[in-house]
Design a protein around this ligand. Structure first.
Ligand SMILES: Cc1ncc(COP(=O)(O)O)c(C=O)c1O
Length: 500
């Protein structure tokens, strides 16, 4: 990043000159704020004082005074013969006290009911941690992007980028790029037994966005949504942000146990969120009788089922799990898939397969929320799928992740024996690791001990509405190679040992 910033050559910097403060002071303040805010990147080369003076229509003395002040304070460095550059990484500096208090004030005085609910959402996500400095990161929900055939991907991106025809550069079509919708429809039929017309598909910026759009369309504040317990925080907090009552449904070995939810709490349920192929985070598979019962229940209530099929591509044992969508004969299932786990999350492309009655309104909601996804990646992805690269990539990843999973299981058995119980290991990108002898009160100490070993681990209790009595972690293994997994488990064993 720094290398690229070094090459950044600013020929002009816009400075708004208003008010009655001296012009040199205004130029100084604008540049300083640009540096502190990260808009003027470290290493960027500034225009000469003469060029800046000309572009701002001020005297050269004005810009010279401003540069001198910034040089004296260390915001800029001058290299004789080559110019003036932004010094150091100022964007990493903590915010000034003034900015910090303004930010805090904003959070404390929400502008609307929605903003007030968002404040609560922020609090709930605090338990989901990233330890970017850790040497070994058992990252949750993140696959290994380095397995991507990056040359092929780059070639397709380049080919699509060089197309400047109106079809490629205009605002896109409602619902998403037609070629991507067609490619997904064909892929889903062949790989997941999901039969649909491409007009039922809406391209979204990941399942997370799709769930938000659907929730707003199907429910009003005060309505309710079923949520797995434990379950995906992105769903629980989407419902909470939209003002819905979240009804937790207990999870057992057969997935979501709707029959255990008291009837009285099911009033005004408009949407049921489920991860039937690989329950997040336990890995349970929704059993056939429960699938039938859920669909019949939803049909009788006129409510919709949101099937989040986020990592169904990675099943390592047994037969592939059929989708709920394929079992549904009354158009109650909204099927959601993502390329976040198979390609990479920064792509921000997912899709919804909608009952025909909803397709148009969801497409309109997506359209309104920013006129669709960027076309470049959609078109490149369509070709990636059509040309068969995607299918091959998924198969290659499945083999790799299965090996990594096997290694994790072996190492855990070796280092922990029976003091860890693993679940959800037959599929996906992580396992749930329970420590029966470690009470939940020790979780913060466990996470700290892991950090001392330079490990990133995710506590599992944040995904429960009523956290279990024993400590549990989620160990994402897909982004680590086998040696890192072995070393990580060894360190984890040391961390747990240090708590005794
Ligand atoms: C269960 C589950 N659903 C959905 C998502 C989000 O997917 P996307 O990146 O497509 O928004 C995640 C992300 O980790 C997830 O774990």
């Amino acid at each position: 990043l720094h290398d690229r910033a070094q090459k950044l050559n600013l020929t002009e910097v816009f400075v708004s000159l208003r008010g009655d403060r001296p012009l040199s002071e205004q130029v100084y303040t604008a540049l300083r704020d640009g540096i502190l805010g990260g808009r003027l990147a470290p290493g960027a080369k500034l225009p000469s004082t003469r060029a800046l003076a000309a572009s701002l229509a001020v005297s050269r003395t004005t810009t010279q005074l401003a540069y001198d002040q910034l040089l004296a304070e260390g915001y800029l460095t001058a290299r004789v013969g080559s110019g003036t550059f932004v010094a150091g990484d100022w964007s990493e500096r903590p915010a000034t006290a003034e900015l910090q208090s303004l930010l805090a004030e904003g959070a404390a005085t929400p502008q609307s009911d929605y903003a007030a609910r968002l404040a609560e959402v922020r609090t709930r996500w605090r338990g989901v941690t990233r330890n970017t400095d850790a040497e070994i990161r058992f990252r949750l929900g993140v696959s290994d992007a380095s397995l991507l055939a990056s040359k092929t991907w780059a070639r397709l991106i380049a080919a699509c980028a060089s197309d400047t025809s109106p079809a490629a550069t205009d605002y896109g079509r409602t619902g998403g790029a037609p070629e991507l919708r067609r490619a997904i429809a064909a892929y889903l039929e062949q790989a997941r037994g999901v039969r649909c017309d491409s007009r039922q598909i809406v391209i979204v910026s990941g399942i997370q966005q799709g769930l938000g759009l659907v929730t707003r369309l199907l429910a009003n504040p005060g309505d309710a949504a079923l949520h797995e317990d434990p379950g995906y925080l992105g769903a629980a907090t989407t419902f909470a942000a939209e003002g819905l009552r979240v009804v937790p449904v207990p999870i057992d070995d057969e997935g979501m146990a709707l029959e255990r939810v008291p009837e009285a709490t099911l009033a005004r349920v408009k949407l049921a969120y489920v991860t039937p192929s690989h329950q997040f985070p336990t890995g349970a598979v929704l059993s056939f009788p429960r699938r039938r019962a859920l669909l019949a229940w939803a049909k009788s209530r006129g409510c919709f089922v949101f099937e989040d099929d986020y990592d169904s591509e990675f099943r390592f044992e047994g037969r592939p799990i059929e989708s709920l969508y394929a079992l549904d004969d009354s158009s109650t299932v909204i099927y959601a898939g993502t390329f976040s786990k198979t390609v990479f999350p920064a792509l921000r492309i997912g899709y919804l397969v909608l009952p025909p009655s909803l397709a148009d309104s969801v497409a309109t909601a997506k359209w309104l929320a920013g006129f669709g996804n960027p076309s470049l990646e959609q078109r490149a992805l369509a070709r990636f799928i059509e040309d068969g690269h995607y299918g091959r990539h998924v198969r290659r990843c499945r083999v790799q992740y299965a090996r990594r999973r096997d290694r994790l299981l072996r190492e855990v058995l070796r280092r922990f024996g029976a003091s860890i119980e693993l679940c959800g290991e037959r599929a996906g990108l992580h396992v749930l690791a329970r420590f029966p002898a470690l009470p939940a009160t020790r979780i913060p100490a466990l996470v700290e001990a892991a950090a001392r070993e330079s490990l990133e681990v995710q506590r599992a209790d944040v995904f429960y509405s009523t956290p279990p009595a024993e400590a549990a972690l989620l160990l994402g293994y897909a982004s680590l190679d086998e040696d890192a997994i072995a070393e990580g488990v060894k360190r984890l064993a040391r961390a747990v040992g240090s708590l005794a």
